[in-house]
Design a protein around this ligand. Structure first.
Ligand code: CUA
Length: 196
């Protein structure tokens, strides 16, 4: 029966009471199981993050959400895709309840693409399935995320952060076109595939 040596009460335990050393052994086993589960989960996060270059955006840039439409980088005339001097492209988008502006971004394939996106109202999400693009869009901040589209096609861009009753209908598209079909833009020109 009970091992009186490890029993602090120094008297026989009544039936149904589990001896202390058995409790300690069981707790050790469960601790090992829980720690290994934690280890496996951490490993999955680190390995998938490294393989798919998923990372939280490191960009901390602030912007005044109330006046961003009045001028500067996120004025309507500056939204869409711009070609940078080195040949890479920058796509600027504004997220608001319940749409993205523009609602279709056009990008060339096999070209470094930088998305810069901000919100005018509440937190939205910016996700491109099957790419490394997945970020929150927080009012007051500019989210910046880089990717390369290796295949032409239309990528659906749903808002993946609950932002109100119209959240489920908030989505846009990214259209990746072969590099030679992408328009030759001057530094001040912007393009998009949004419906006019
Ligand atoms: Cu915007 Cu959900």
């Amino acid at each position: 029966m009970a091992d009186i040596g490890s029993n602090p009460l120094k008297r026989p335990l009544p039936d149904g009471i589990v001896p202390e050393d058995l409790v300690a052994r069981t707790e050790d086993r469960w601790l090992t199981v829980v720690l290994s589960m934690l280890g496996v989960m951490m490993a999955i996060i680190v390995v998938t993050g490294a393989l798919h270059s998923l990372h939280p955006s490191s960009n901390v840039e602030t912007i005044e959400p109330v006046t961003l439409h009045l001028g500067g980088e996120f004025a309507e005339s500056n939204l869409g895709t711009a070609v940078e001097p080195g040949g890479s492209v920058t796509v600027r988008l504004v997220a608001e309840q319940y749409l993205f502006v523009p609602d279709c971004a056009q990008v060339p394939t096999d070209t470094p693409v930088k998305f810069r996106i901000t919100s005018t109202d509440v937190i939205h999400g910016f996700l491109l399935p099957a790419t490394n693009v997945n970020t929150m869009v927080v009012p007051g901040y500019i989210a910046e995320i880089r990717t390369v589209f290796s295949r032409p096609g239309v990528y659906v861009m749903p808002c993946n952060e609950f932002c109100g009753y119209g959240h489920h209908g908030m989505w846009a598209r990214v259209k990746a076109v072969p590099r030679d079909q992408f328009p030759d833009l001057s530094p001040v020109e912007r393009t998009s595939c949004a419906k006019q």
